[in-house]
Structure formats: C-alpha cells, structure tokens
Design a protein around this ligand. Structure first.
Ligand SMILES: NC(=O)c1ccc[n+]([C@@H]2O[C@H](COP(=O)([O-])OP(=O)(O)OC[C@H]3O[C@@H](n4cnc5c(N)ncnc54)[C@H](OP(=O)(O)O)[C@@H]3O)[C@@H](O)[C@H]2O)c1
Length: 348
C-alpha cells in the first residue's frame, strides 16, 4: 500500500493541506514534533499519527522507513530540511516541501547525485513559492529560448501565516539576493524598485530574495534573475532604513523576540479571506532588445499552496516525477500551474 506522510501537519499550512487531503479521500500519516498537537488533529481527521522531532537520525529514518513520500511543511526549512532529506535518501523516500528559502533550495540541489543514485525525488518548493513563478519562468523561456535575463514578481492579497512571517524574520539579517551571470549575489535590501503592471495597473515593487532566484536558474538556465514584491512605498522605505540594522536583526536574542511577537500577533488569513483574495504574478524575459511578458492570476497564496502541494504529491506518488533534485516546472513542465483550478495565464 502506498503511504505518505505530512510533517508539520498541524502548522497553519500543514493543517490546511492535511484537511483538504482528507476531504479528497486521501489518508496521509500526520506527523510533527509536538505529540499533543499531532494527536488532536489526527484523531479529528481519522489519520495515523506519528510524533517525532528531527534531532535523532535513527528516529527520523525509522519513521520514514515504510513511507513512499514525505511532504515537509515544518519551517523555517533551514532548520528542518537536512535531517529529513538525509533520512529520505537512506530510506528511499521521495521528499517534497513548501520551502521558499534560497539557501535551502541550493543546499537540496547539492544532493542531486545522491538522490539519483538512491532513485529518490527531491522536490522542494511545491507551494505558492515557487510553483506558479517557476512555471511562469519555464513558460517565458519557451517563448524566448535565447533569453539571458529574467525579472519576475507578484502582488498578493490576504496577508501571511505565522510560519511565513517567522521565515521572513529569520532572513532579516541577510539583505537581498539576485542572480548575476549564473551566481547568487548579495545585494542590499530593496536594492532596485520599479513600477510593474501585475495585471491590475502600475504598482510599485521592489527586489526581494524569493526562491526563484535559486530555482528559475535550475529550471531555465537563465543566468540573470531579479524577483520583485509589490509593497507600499512606506514599507520599501523602511526596508532601506533596515539595511543599517541588518547585523542587529540577525542576532539571536532579537530573532527570539521577533518570533515571540509573531506567535502572539499573527494567525494567518482566515477561510473567508482566503476565498476572497487573489495573487497576481508578472514575468519578463529578455534577450538584448527583445522582451516577452506573461502573467498569472491565481487563487489566494495559501489556497494555491494547498492545491499545488496536493497535485505534486499525487503526481510524484504516481511515478511521474524524475529522480534527483527537481524544480516543480523542471519535473512537470510549465503547464503544471494552468492545470490548477482558478489559475489564468496571459501572454503579452
Ligand atoms: N512555499 C510557500 O508558498 C509556502 C506557503 C505557506 C507556508 N510556507 C512556509 O512553510 C513554513 C510553515 O508555515 P506555517 O505558516 O504553516 O507555519 P506555522 O503555523 O508556524 O507551523 C510551523 C510548523 O513547523 C513545525 N516546526 C517548526 N520548526 C520545527 C523544527 N525545528 N522541527 C520540527 N518541527 C518544526 C511546527 O511545529 P511546533 O508547533 O511543534 O513547533 C509547526 O508544525 C514556513 O517556513 C513558511 O514560510 C511556504
């Protein structure tokens, strides 16, 4: 019997995925490090529960040994990917996650050879970050095969979950990142700002270290990549001032304080907000003076994460994903995203 496991199943996003999977008649094993939280959710949903933390590799391997696929929803992923990926390789378990962290994508790409040898698929980034943008990058590269630079970005409505905020907090000391001539390069926060039409009229957006700075290169081979986030001008100004605070914001005690604030104040968008809000994604590929632009309009970022995570889990369990390190569009092609209900793609 095919078995799959959701780790971090009772977090904001893990729980949305677990509930939808069960609604669709699936029976994932629900897992996480806090026994009371795992048991409460699995009792309610009628699923098997497994409580384990990631500190002991023998324990992690024992929990993955009889599992075909693990979907890791426990982030920040810089703190969870390594024991999970190592155990997945030892036990022949396919590994998927919903990270958006550039460092995590690059680290998992480093396991490509081992994963191919072990006949295992490593497919990080199966949420809003990076499925739609990775598919858009692949689509733009198909439209302009000689492209040597790529700019992408999005405007999202509806707010963020606690884990997304904590992951953003953990990156506060790092500044920005872009890809130049194939290399990931550090740049100051809010390095470049431009007016972008995400499909809803010109909007101010600034560079942001989104996962595609890593993944779009693996998918398309395009060596120059910038990613933009639509933000109010006042927020962009604050990001610029924070450049000077970056060394302080990365300190342990400041990080703990900020994470505690997130725990107290951030609940994540409720069901109605998720239903009523959308995301607008823009991408532009260029080769010299030639430029092509395409856009996606999608459901709310967390609703889309549930859809793309379940779709990629299903395709991987069906044997459709190649082994080794994969990006979503690298594994399933640019139309993976247009197969999701409520997504529209337009070409300019
Ligand atoms: N790709 C995307 O588009 C996308 C979409 C949504 C979320 N995310 C990312 O997914 C992550 C989770 O977000 P969320 O809002 O669901 O977070 P959340 O509500 O804070 O839940 C986090 C989950 O991860 C677990 N966890 C955290 N650190 C852990 C560790 N070191 N070892 C074991 N378990 C650990 C937590 O367990 P405890 O409660 O027991 O600590 C909890 O189950 C974040 O990194 C977020 O950025 C990405």
């Amino acid at each position: 019997m095919t078995q799959w496991l959701i780790y971090g199943a009772y977090g904001y996003t893990g729980e949305l995925i677990a509930r939808e999977a069960v609604d669709r008649g699936k029976t994932p094993i629900l897992a996480g490090r806090t026994e009371s939280k795992v048991t409460a959710l699995s009792d309610e949903l009628g699923c098997e529960a497994r409580a384990f933390d990631l500190s002991d590799e023998v324990v992690v391997e024992a929990n993955l040994d009889d599992v075909d696929l693990v979907l890791n929803c426990a982030g920040p992923f810089a703190e969870t990917y390594e024991p999970m990926v190592e155990a997945a390789l030892s036990t022949g378990t396919d590994y998927l996650d919903i990270t958006g962290e550039i460092g995590v994508f690059e680290a998992i790409a480093g396991y490509d050879g081992q994963a191919t040898d072990a006949d295992v698929t490593l497919l990080p980034g199966v949420g809003f970050d990076v499925v739609p943008t990775d598919c858009l990058a692949a689509h733009l590269a198909e439209r302009l095969p000689e492209a040597d630079s790529l700019a992408m970005g999005f405007r999202a409505e509806g707010g963020f979950s606690p884990g997304t905020m904590k992951t953003a907090v953990s990156g506060l000391g790092d500044g920005g990142m872009v890809r130049e001539n194939g290399r990931i390069t550090s740049v100051p926060a809010a390095h470049r700002t431009r007016e972008i039409d995400f499909g809803t009229g010109p909007t101010t957006a600034t560079t942001f270290p989104w996962g595609d700075v890593s993944t779009a290169y693996h998918t398309t081979g395009i060596g120059n990549i910038e990613f933009y986030l639509a933000l109010p001008k006042s927020t962009i100004d604050r990001m610029r001032y924070q450049r000077y605070l970056a060394p302080v914001l990365g300190l342990g005690p400041v990080q703990s304080l900020l994470r505690t604030l997130v725990d107290r104040r951030v609940d994540g968008p409720d069901e109605q907000t998720r239903k009523e809000t959308r995301a607008y994604i823009w991408g532009e590929a260029s080769a010299g003076t030639e430029t092509v632009v395409s856009r996606l309009e999608t459901p709310n970022t967390y609703t889309l994460t549930v859809e793309t995570a379940l779709e990629t889990v299903e395709r991987t369990l069906d044997g459709a994903a190649p082994t080794g390190f994969q990006t979503p569009a690298g594994a399933f092609g640019p139309d993976l995203i247009t197969d999701v209900e409520g997504v529209e793609r337009t070409d300019e």
